[in-house]
Ligand binder design. Sequence first.
Ligand SMILES: Cc1ncc(COP(=O)(O)O)c(C=O)c1O
Length: 403
Amino acid sequence: MERTIHEQQDKQSTYNKQKDYKPGYFGPYGGMHVPGVLKEKLEHLAEVFEQLKSDENFLRDVQYYFRHYIGRPSPLYYAGRLSREVNSTIYLKREDLNHTGAHKINNTVGQILVARYMGAREIIAETGAGQHGVATATAAALMGMKCKIFMGQKDAERQEMNVYRMKVLGAEVVTTARGTATLKDAINEALEYYVNHPDAFYLLGSAVGPHPYPSIVRYFQQVIGDEARRQILEAQGHLPDALFACVGGGSNAIGLFSAFLEDSGVSIYAAEGGGEGQVLKRTASTLVMGSPLVFQGTYSYCLVDPDQQPLDTYSTAAGLDYPGVGPEHAYLKDTGRARYFCVTDQEAIEAFRRLSSLEGIIPAIESAHAIFLAMKTMKNQPQASSIINLSGRGDKDMGRKLV
Ligand SMILES: Cc1ncc(COP(=O)(O)O)c(C=O)c1O
């Protein structure tokens, strides 16, 4: 029988069970490293969110929109031709089939319901690939709320179609040329606006930033893993041997991984945006090459220069082009529960082509990083099965001539 999101979300996080558990922390990582004015707002948000998690009406609303608006559950598809090519058994969790084309909508629909409950009048958000911007503009239109999206100039240029979509949906897109004109600069801009506009609700797009965002985003994305677990048990009668996802800030990955963290037989692999690779060091592989630092409100890994300043990152995938990463991933890396790898632009483009021609599914370039890692890791393992989180579809990358 199909479980409801209500039942799924009663599940305690792995961390609540630890004896030294502190809300908002994953081992030493996480926390709320922000100035006083922001702290008050975030503490209020954390409090309201805790209450909403046991509010029947709120949970019913989330469930309703997940099912009837987003189109959940998303399918778990057995990728037969890809499996034969790799000589293993590979399933794709089809988040690309969600309304707006990526996993981002799970979180925006969830958070917009929180915003509505809190009486917010204006929604603000940052975006890299534009998928979170589109998903936020969509949810804001759905609820009839004003919406402002902050975006780095460079990202706005390489994700032109998504900028257009946000505008069609009625959002105002504010671009910034600061810094590298990518996601981290958009977040700085959005945070600044948030401090100065007390009525705005900041709808953060990944499992990053200060508490309570990593926990809120995880909560709304864990539906991916909960569904995938049930679906693979139905499909093959046992758990998979491995999971794969790409990591920008880490929301689609934690969404899938969360349901399997306590299953020690399930190996967990994540692909970071390797850009031009570890040797050239023009990369966005935060967990592979970074070190722990307080950055944008949280303590996690960050790519830094010798003076411990956040480094300019590079990845062809706008959604992975970010020097930070969610604090839960920092913890999963240190404990060895999940393993993180650097997948270069070239490798991702190769996987982008392979999946498109083998399965008739054009992936987002971000998701193609996970596909490459899975194809490499599972090669010639005929007895093993795995799930790749296909976090988004490739329509947004069509202007980029990747083939
Ligand atoms: C399709 C897609 N996949 C993955 C990501 C990376 O984000 P996250 O690590 O939060 O899942 C993005 C970000 O924009 C995206 O658009």
